[in-house]
Design a protein around this ligand. Sequence first.
Ligand SMILES: [Zn+2]
Ligand SMILES: [Zn+2]
Length: 482
Amino acid sequence: MTSITLHGAVGEIGGNKILIETGSTKLFFDFGLSFGKFGEYFTPYLQPRRWSFVKDYMSLGLLPDLTGLYRQDYEKRFRESTKEPKYDGVVLSHPHLDHAGFVSYLRPDIPVHCSPGCKGILEAFEATSWGFHEYTHIKEAFKFRPGKRDATKMVKDRNSVIPREICKFKPSFKIDDFTIHTYPVDHSAPGSNSFVIETTEGNIVYTGDIRFHGRKGNFSDFFVEKAKTFDPVLIITEGTNIDSPTAFGELDLQQALFPLIDEITGLVIVNFPVRDFDRMRSFIEAAKQTDRSLIISLRQAYTLRKLEENGVTNIPRVDEVGIFVPKKGWGVHNDINYPIEIQMQDYQSWENEFIEHDNSVTADDIIENPDKYIFRCDFSELKYLFDIQPPKGSIYIRSVTEPVDEEMELDQRKADNWLKFFGLYPYKQLHCSGHASGYDLQEMIKKINPKSVMPIHTEKPADFSNLHGNVILSKLGEIHNL
Ligand SMILES: [Zn+2]
Ligand SMILES: [Zn+2]
């Protein structure tokens, strides 16, 4: 008997945790963080208790209460931990945190399967972000070692690292009872995949996050063509934009940039999602057409490096862009009064490679030739505008999603204040969604022609009843036999 249980993303966007199991094999597809549920309880000032993450998340319904799944260092703080894992693997559709963010809490002996692009993004995320991000390496908690000065005294051991088994998946692979076919698809993150899962009771399609109107729409079309040949009994499909009939495409966006930027005499400042490299491509092309170059952040440069290391090819190259090196720490970068080794101490080790890079760009470079650059600047980087002093005739293009909750609205009000301060208000809004339109979802379901449809990652699952005669509206944690 094969069964499916949704442990997240039911009636909400993100937090996907899909358990597909037979009597002998248990497999999760995605293991994400629900930003919605997290935001119901936590703020930057009220964070989870680090020593009790797993138990607290379980109590609040952010993690399912299952044994043999979670890291033993945390689990043994509140209950007996099983010796062996009870799950055979976790397969990730893509590296967005609403799909992969809770991998940090899984036992390291449960293998994680993902694409090279997904692995590269998670590695970069782990190295460059604050907070608890232990996707590829687990720092073992609550461990002691003998002190260095006095070996009879025990001290906290903060350096014990357990590598997690991250397998880069092949086009098709087997995990016990299941054969999984992977298809790269179009979405706003590199390394995004949809799946067909062959089981003894029939084939299941899982879309992950998907769209058809981006740069790789043909990848999604190919997936749909292949998926229908499996004659699936069930499709588990995302439905973020089920109520938006059409979508503004990535190439439409790129085309709209040229006339907008071409008439700007000052600096072009833009905010686009940090790991959306298809959007980065749109701005690189717009920069080429308008005789400018795109300046990206150190974090983006490092992420591109990690993707290259993992063999990902369809992304911008670091030598196609400029890399912005802001003054940090003591603010002594490029100050001849300080030796280079003091200047370098303002930066973290992962940033070092780019500080003196051939393509590095400083605020002084931008001040000298503002009409030569498109400067990527997100909310947390607005403070760098003090050093850049955008001249008259500059513009700010907002190329991220509209605020969807109170916290984002609050941030947007603060961003507006910064933009007003620097004479960049009103800004231009130009964005293309990472998710398929209602029409494209309808076409996808029609073509794949599954026996039943299970909507996930949507606030309006009931809307799918207009698209198919057999829609399963699952509750959280409800077991569905195939
Ligand atoms: Zn998502
Ligand atoms: Zn996503």
